[in-house]
Write a protein that binds this ligand. Structure first.
Ligand code: PLP
Length: 407
C-alpha cells in the first residue's frame, strides 16, 4: 500500500489513465483550433469535440447540440443562473434554490439579488434533503427558475430531482440542477429527471480540471439564454472562447467510461464506503452520520466525532487526504453551512470529517484509514475533560461553560 492515501474525491479526482490516453494526441500533435475550418488540424480538433459532445449526449439522453462546453461547473452554474435570469427578466424576477447549494449557485443568486431579483432559499430536512412540496409552495407567478443541487458535495445527500422536475414542468418553470457530484455516476437521463439545464464538471469524474459543460434543453421548452462571455461566438454564441479540445476530449471519455462501468463501480466503492462507516461506527461511540442514511452518494461518508476537533483529527491522520467541510470553505474555520442547514449544532459541525472514496481506493486503504481514525479519536478523547465527564455520567448540558469549551 502506498502512502499517503487519497480519500477526498468530492474535491477532485485523479485523471483516469484511459482519459489521459484519449487526451494525449490533442495535447501534442493534434493541437488544432476546433474553429479552424481550412485545414486538417482544425478538422481533427472539431471531430474530437463532436465525439465528446456525442459521448455526453449519450449519458444525458439528449442531442449533442444541447451541450455547451465551459471551463467547469462554476462557470456552468453562473451561466445557468444569471443567463436564465437575465433572459427571462421580462417574465419575472423570482428564483427558487436551496440552502445547501454549492457557492457557485448561492453567490450567483446573491449577485442577482443586488440587481433586483428575489430568491427563495429553501431549507432542507435533517438529512439535507429538499422537500418537493416546499418547492411547489414556494412557486410564484413571477418564478422563472428553480435550481436544486442533485447530490451535495459535503454530505452526499441526493435530492429527489425527478419529483422536483415534474413540479417545475407542470408549473412551466425552468429547472436547473448542479449535477457535478452525481453526473454519469448515476443515471443522468434528463428526460427521466425532468431537468432543463444541468451543470457538469470533468474533474469530479476522473477527467481533467478546467473543463465542464452545461446541458441546455433545446425543445419543449426552447430555452433562451443571455451569454456571460462575448467574443467569437463559439458554442452557438452562448460561450465565446477557443475550445479546450484536450479537456473536452477528456470530459467525453470520462463520462463514457461510466456508461459501461457505472454499476460495478457503485457496488465496489459503495461497499468500501459501507465498510469504512461500519468499522468506524462499530468501534467508536458518539459518532454521528451526517447526510441521508441511504439516499447519498456511494462514495460519501460524513461523520461528526463528538469531543474531537475536526482539524485536530485531520492532523492526527496526516497520511490520509480527507476534508473537514468542503474544500472551498476549508481555508476558513467557519462551520459548514451545509451541516448547519441540516440542524447539526455548531459545536458538532466543527468535529466533522468528509471521507470521499473513489475509483482507485482499495480495501487495504479503507482498513488502514479506519484504524487510524479510531486510534486518533481515542487518543484525542483521552485529552478531553468533557469526554471524561461524559464517561462518568455527568450531564454536560448542566455545565454552563461546557457548551463554549466544547465549541
Ligand atoms: N458544484 C459542486 C456541487 C461542486 O462540488 C463543485 C466543485 O467543487 C462545483 C460546483 C464547481 O466545479 P468546478 O471546480 O468545475 O468549477
Amino acid at each position: 500500500m502506498r502512502l499517503p492515501i487519497y480519500m477526498d474525491h468530492h474535491a477532485t479526482t485523479p485523471l483516469d489513465p484511459r482519459v489521459l490516453e484519449a487526451m494525449m494526441p490533442y495535447l501534442t500533435t493534434e493541437f488544432g483550433n476546433a474553429a479552424s475550418r481550412t485545414h486538417v488540424w482544425g478538422w481533427h480538433a472539431e471531430n474530437a469535440v463532436d465525439t465528446a459532445r456525442a459521448q455526453l449526449a449519450e449519458v444525458l439522453n439528449c442531442t449533442p447540440d444541447e451541450i455547451i462546453f465551459t471551463s467547469g461547473a462554476t462557470e456552468s452554474d453562473n451561466m445557468a443562473v444569471k443567463g436564465i435570469a437575465w433572459a427571462y427578466r421580462d417574465k419575472g424576477n423570482h428564483i427558487i434554490t436551496t440552502a445547501t447549494e454549492h457557492k457557485a449557485i448561492l453567490d450567483s443568486c446573491k449577485a442577482l439579488e443586488k440587481d433586483g431579483f428575489e430568491v427563495t432559499y429553501l431549507p432542507v430536512d435533517r438529512y439535507g434533503m429538499v422537500d418537493p412540496d416546499a418547492v411547489k409552495k414556494a412557486l410564484r407567478p413571477t418564478t422563472i427558475l428553480i435550481t436544486v443541487i442533485w447530490a451535495n458535495n459535503e454530505i452526499g445527500t441526493i435530492n429527489p430531482l425527478a419529483e422536483i422536475g415534474k413540479i417545475a414542468q407542470e408549473a412551466g418553470v425552468l429547472f436547473h440542477t448542479d449535477g457535478v457530484q452525481a453526473f454519469a455516476k448515476y443515471d443522468s437521463d434528463v428526460e427521466k429527471l425532468h431537468v432543463d439545464l444541468m451543470s457538469i464538471s470533468a474533474h469530479k469524474i476522473y477527467g481533467p480540471k478546467g473543463v465542464g459543460a452545461l446541458y441546455i434543453r433545446k425543445k419543449r421548452p426552447r430555452i433562451k439564454m443571455v451569454p456571460l462571455m462575448d467574443g467569437g461566438g463559439h458554442e452557438k454564441k452562448l460561450r465565446s472562447g477557443t475550445l479546450n479540445v484536450p479537456g473536452i476530449v477528456g470530459l467525453g471519455k470520462a463520462a463514457a467510461i461510466y456508461l459501461t462501468e457505472r454499476d460495478e463501480e457503485r457496488c465496489r466503492v459503495g461497499g468500501l464506503r459501507d465498510r469504512l462507516r461500519d468499522t468506524i461506527m462499530g468501534n467508536l461511540d458518539y459518532v454521528y452520520l451526517n447526510g441521508h442514511p441511504t439516499e447519498r452518494l456511494y462514495g460519501n461518508l460524513n461523520l461528526s466525532f463528538e469531543f474531537v476537533e475536526g482539524e485536530s483529527l485531520l492532523m492526527g491522520i496526516k497520511n490520509v487526504a480527507l476534508s473537514s467541510g468542503s474544500a472551498c470553505t476549508s481555508a476558513s474555520l467557519e462551520s459548514s453551512y451545509v451541516l448547519l442547514a441540516t440542524g447539526v449544532d455548531e459545536g458538532l459541525a466543527h468535529t466533522s470529517i468528509r471521507f470521499g472514496l473513489g475509483r482507485f481506493n482499495t480495501q487495504e486503504e479503507v482498513d488502514y484509514t479506519a484504524h487510524l481514525v479510531i486510534q486518533s479519536v481515542n487518543r484525542l478523547r483521552e485529552l478531553s475533560p468533557l469526554y471524561e465527564m461524559k464517561l462518568q455520567g455527568i450531564d454536560l448540558s448542566k455545565i454552563e461553560w461546557a457548551e463554549n469549551a466544547h465549541h
